[in-house]
Design a protein around this ligand. Structure first.
Ligand code: NOJ
Ligand code: CA
Length: 706
């Protein structure tokens, strides 16, 4: 009997090995799904006739049920779709979602379990997920492991950051499977990568084969589940899902029916296609918000960079909180005189925004609780409806309104997420009462509740709860230190931006090499826009005062180009008003540049080296172009054949001046104007750490009404 059973299983395995095959709509991709001799689900993917992912295992393991082996395929279903949808904001006014789908039903395991594997194959690559239906033998799962593998064929080049349960604010390593442990040595002392000798990395990450074929690995629609890291087997050229656990080793508590996030592979032999792909958005659910008229892309300035420079300014109003533990009446504290979130200074930013057509002003350090905010003693320190004594909230509210400027709220929680949930409704009500429609949130430090990590299931649920509640209040969110985005901004377009990577703030803490912003669009940005905070005009930190040395690794012109290469519907101009006044002609580009697009054309791209992109304004005929390079100067010529034929435009080119470079001559730029049309070519010359930004505005004909 046992012999017979094994025979049947082997037979099923052998038959199942090629149980199902589908192709992408273009025919370039082929996906195979089957079971191996032990009844384990296996998939493989090829592109243009070459294997990209070799046989790779799938499965889940919970305390209550094992979905990893002993399965047979009971049925397969195929379908296809070709739809076009309109995002509320983004890089394109319309997004096409065309794919062939394969659903593979499996039955077996130790308890006669059921599971469906759903694969979507588009012309950009593959998304797949596990679907666990409601079933008799296991309905509550304590998930211990996801066995998803991504097995590759060679010692590919890879760009990645170390696996870490709590932060993604790292520079990118450029390495290979073989070189990975060495490349990650010395990164983040508390990271998983460090603990395991450099074999755990995060997604999104990018691979490049010899051919070359580029492969972005990430996930889509992270809901009710922890974020995915990847365990790398450097010898086998293999990666395997590593779900972020809580501190007790549980990866997720699931109630069936449940579907996991999609595991995604964006694949192309043209690096520009990786940037252009909207596959992760496509795999997310449509917009859940019925009336989206209140969701408004915006540019903003803020009381922010002052706290990062050598001026020793603080978020805190006072220095003597430690001397008076338990103080509740802030008016009894002595002001430290270094608190820029004060009424007079904030008015300066409002005036600047009003004068330059900038939509909003963010103010950090406006509320009680910043004294001792990062300490391990923290419990309930931030109050989200209590302004400091020197921040006249009502006056500033009315003043900003009179100038047509929106105030942007700040909720630093110091990672006390539990207390933030308790205060959430009051905090959002307080915002609405005072005319705030957008908030930047933050989770610096160890998470409360203490058993959680920044990207564990509980925190994923928290972030999704906050965005859902915010939608109820018609509030837009820019979250910092939240789980890395996975395209949920399609479902919740009030999630305008996230940090979730090493942002511009690090220019004051060691710097970001120019290659950093040449790799982020290939990796982190595939999940959604980043609040990178571009627009730094004064790059030498010592010019601000004592306390900081060093300089940002960028030319001024490059900072303008970042508005195109790091697209976000919530885009900061991070520098101080006085620095913008000094370079008013260059700031003109930031005034002009839109943050929402009708169309996008990636003209040139190579990961970590260079990106050139042109985008058309969502609300006019005008185009904008941005080009950046790494530390290697770059000369290139781009065709403007994306312009409509026969229409005349004026291009204003903001570029590195001869002799400019990020180190010795970062502020050498020049601005020139030329008339162009679809047959024109533009010669671009980018300095080391440099860039070019171009506005291409339609010349209005005399008598034209437009
Ligand atoms: C870290 C954030 O990334 C930064 O933008 C913010 O200013 C500080 N936390 C304080 O909330
Ligand atoms: Ca941060």
């Amino acid at each position: 009997m046992r012999q017979q059973l094994i025979h049947i299983l082997l037979l099923a395995g052998a038959l199942g090995a090629s149980a199902a095959e589908i192709k992408s709509p273009s025919g370039e991709f082929t996906l195979n799904v089957g079971t191996d001799g032990s009844g384990r689900a296996v998939y493989s993917l090829s592109y243009k006739g070459k294997t990209v992912v070799t046989d790779s295992r799938l499965g889940l393991k919970a305390d209550e049920a094992d979905f990893s082996d002993g399965f047979t395929i009971t049925g397969t279903r195929t379908s296809s779709a070709d739809e076009t949808w309109q995002p509320v904001w983004g890089e394109y006014a319309e997004i096409r979602d065309r794919y062939n789908e394969l659903a593979v039903d499996l039955r077996g395991g130790s308890q006669d379990l059921e599971m469906t594997l759903r694969f979507r194959l588009s012309d950009d690559g593959l998304g797949f997920r596990y679907e666990l239906p409601l079933q008799d033998n296991a309905n509550y799962l304590t998930l211990r492991d996801e066995l998803t593998e991504f097995n590759f064929t060679g010692d590919h080049t890879m760009w990645c950051i170390p696996g870490d349960y709590d932060t993604d604010e790292y520079l990118w390593a450029e390495t290979t499977f073989t070189g990975l442990p060495e490349a990650l040595a010395g990164y983040g002392r508390h990271s998983e990568a460090q603990r395991t000798g450099g074999t755990v990395i995060q997604t999104p990450m990018l691979l490049k084969t010899d051919t070359p074929v580029y492969v972005n690995i990430h996930e889509a629609a992270l809901v009710g589940y922890p974020a995915m890291l990847l365990d790398v087997d450097t010898a086998k050229r293999s990666m395997r899902a590593h779900l972020v656990p809580d501190r007790h080793g549980v990866r997720a508590y699931l109630q069936l029916p449940f579907q996991t996030p999609w595991r995604t592979l964006i694949v192309s032999d043209d690096a520009r296609d990786i940037l252009a792909s909207q596959m992760i958005l496509n795999l997310n659910e449509p917009c859940r918000i019925e009336d989206t008229s209140w969701i408004k892309p915006m540019k903003f300035v803020g009381v922010w960079w002052e706290m990062f420079t050598g001026t020793q300014k603080t978020w805190a109003y006072s220095d003597d909180y430690r001397a008076k533990p338990g103080v509740t009446d802030y008016s009894t504290l002595t002001p430290n005189g270094r608190h820029p979130a004060n009424t007079a200074n904030v008015k300066r930013y409002i005036d600047f925004a009003a004068a330059h057509g900038i939509d909003g002003v963010l103010v950090e350090g406006w509320n009680e609780g910043w004294e001792d905010w990062c300490s391990y003693r923290k419990n309930r320190q931030f109050l989200f409806d209590k302004p400091y004594p020197d921040f006249d909230l009502e006056h500033l509210r009315d003043y900003a309104a009179s100038k047509g400027v929106k105030m942007i709220m700040h909720h630093e929680t110091a990672a006390n997420a539990a207390d933030y949930e308790r205060q959430l409704d009051r905090a959002f009500q307080f915002m609405k009462e005072n005319n705030y429609d957008a908030v930047k949130t933050g989770y610096v430090g160890a998470i409360i509740p203490r058993s959680e990590h920044h990207t564990s299931q509980w925190m994923v649920d928290h972030a999704n709860h906050v965005i859902d509640r915010a939608a109820d209040y018609r509030i837009m969110i820019d979250s910092h230190e939240a789980p890395r985005p996975t395209g949920l901004c399609r479902t919740y377009p009030n999630w305008l931006a996230q940090e979730s990577a090493r942002g511009g703030e690090f220019e004051s803490m060691g710097g970001n090499p120019p290659s950093h912003t040449c790799i982020l669009p290939f990796t982190r940005l595939k999940g959604g826009p980043m609040d990178y905070t571009p627009g730094l005009f004064e790059t030498r930190l010592s010019t601000y005062g004592e306390g900081k040395t060093g300089q940002a690794m960028t030319t001024l012109a490059r900072q303008l180009a970042l508005y195109l290469t790091m697209p976000s519907p919530m885009q900061m101009a991070c520098d101080l008003p006085e620095n913008y006044e000094r370079f008013a002609d260059a700031f003109r580009f930031i005034e002009d540049v839109p943050v929402d697009w009708k169309d996008t054309r990636y003209l040139e791209a190579e990961p970590a080296r260079y990106i050139t992109v042109a985008r058309q304004d969502k609300h006019s005929d005008d185009w904008y172009l941005g080009a950046i390079t790494d530390e290697t100067p770059r000369a290139t010529t781009v065709r403007l054949d994306f312009l409509p034929e026969g229409v005349k435009y004026e291009a204003t080119i903001y570029e590195d001046a001869p002799g400019a470079n990020w180190k010795d001559n970062p502020q050498a730029y020049r601005i020139r104007k030329v008339k162009v049309d679809s047959r024109s070519r533009l010669k671009l010359s980018l300095a080391s750490g440099g860039g070019t930004a171009v506005s291409i505005k339609r010349i209005k004909q005399p008598g034209s009404v437009k």
